[in-house]
Design a protein around this ligand. Structure first.
Ligand code: AMP
Length: 301
């Protein structure tokens, strides 16, 4: 079944203590769409400016992403820059230029409105709601968010939470939104705010999944080579929903598998800057890493 992915399409400049790269393909929708495309057909909703390189559009096309909902507007593409510390879990945003994003209020193409699975990647909650309003009967809706919206658009975010099936956010954001120090309490509290499922990401320490009275603690894949963590969260969300859409089932066992497939996609993505690793990734590598994930977390009776 197909997935609608809405979010930012960006030109990112990223600094790590070892490397520096400018104006690379980035954005929440870019990462999520490409990650989801390994499992299900994807329709993308976003906007780029006149400076957006054709090569990047071709990258989406090679992954079979439907670009009918990707507007090309006069002006410059959304641009973001960030810097990581030696502990790559710690990131500082250096600049955000909204550019064409400032006036973005997408009208979904007709063929997009019946899409069963919806991934609202990280963008302003009002924009996420605007997209969701145009999909009358979604089967499953996932929303991602970030600290900026918790601080500046909390009312919109709370309105959104009442309409989504799953919320994905990181540990710091979960604590900030619920004012809880315990992530377990935060997860159950977030569920009271609307979503049936909540996934709290803990960076290189894995992820917690909260269901209907059910709970799962997923490990992270222990990686030796991490180059750029940018987009890991978006790949997690894309991989997770992409996998769910293949089997069209929402049992807790299926959700647990989806969390692991999301983690697999995220773990590959951080091995290179931008979407470099996803461009060469194969199905057999994905399946192989899923198997390794299982082996690494099994400890017998
Ligand atoms: P992540 O590492 O999963 O948090 O996602 C990083 C991506 O989010 C980058 O590629 C940025 O272009 C994008 N991004 C950063 N800030 C924003 C924002 N305020 N709105 C939309 N996308 C953003």
């Amino acid at each position: 079944m197909s997935i609608l992915v809405a979010g930012s399409v960006a030109l990112d400049s990223v600094k790590t203590p070892l490397e520096n790269h400018d104006r690379m393909l980035g954005g929440s929708a870019s990462y999520a769409a490409v990650a989801a495309s390994f499992f299900s057909p994807v329709k993308m909703v976003g906007i780029v400016g006149e400076d957006f390189p054709v090569d990047y559009l071709e990258l989406f096309e090679r992954r079979g992403v439907d670009l009918l909902g990707l507007q090309r507007a006069k002006g410059k593409t959304f641009a973001w820059s960030g810097e990581y510390e030696w502990d790559l879990n710690i990131r500082r945003t250096l600049s955000v230029e909204l550019n064409v994003f400032e006036k973005f209020r997408p009208d979904l193409p007709e063929g997009y409105r019946e899409t069963p699975y919806v991934l609202l990647g990280n963008i302003a909650p009002a924009l996420q709601l605007h997209v969701l309003d145009q999909v009358p009967q979604p089967r499953f809706v996932v929303a991602d968010t970030m600290d900026l919206w918790i601080q500046t658009a909390q009312e919109d975010l709370k309105a959104l939470l009442k309409r989504v099936d799953m919320l994905i956010l990181n540990d710091g954001e979960a604590r900030e939104l619920t004012k809880q120090t315990s992530l377990i309490k935060a997860g159950w509290q977030l569920q009271q705010m609307g979503p049936r499922y909540v996934a709290i990401k803990k960076g290189e320490h894995g992820c917690l999944l909260f269901g209907q009275g059910e709970f799962f603690s997923a490990p992270a894949y222990p990686l030796e080579d991490i180059h750029d963590p940018t987009g890991a969260g978006d790949c997690f969300a894309g991989g997770l929903l992409g996998f769910l859409a293949t089997n069209d089932s929402f049992s807790f066992a299926e959700l647990k598998r989806a969390v692991i497939f999301g983690s697999v996609l995220a773990s590959f993505n951080v091995e290179a800057f931008s979407l470099g690793r996803l461009q060469t990734l194969t199905q057999s590598e994905i399946q192989e890493r899923f198997k390794k994930f299982r082996e690494l977390s099994e400890f017998g009776l």
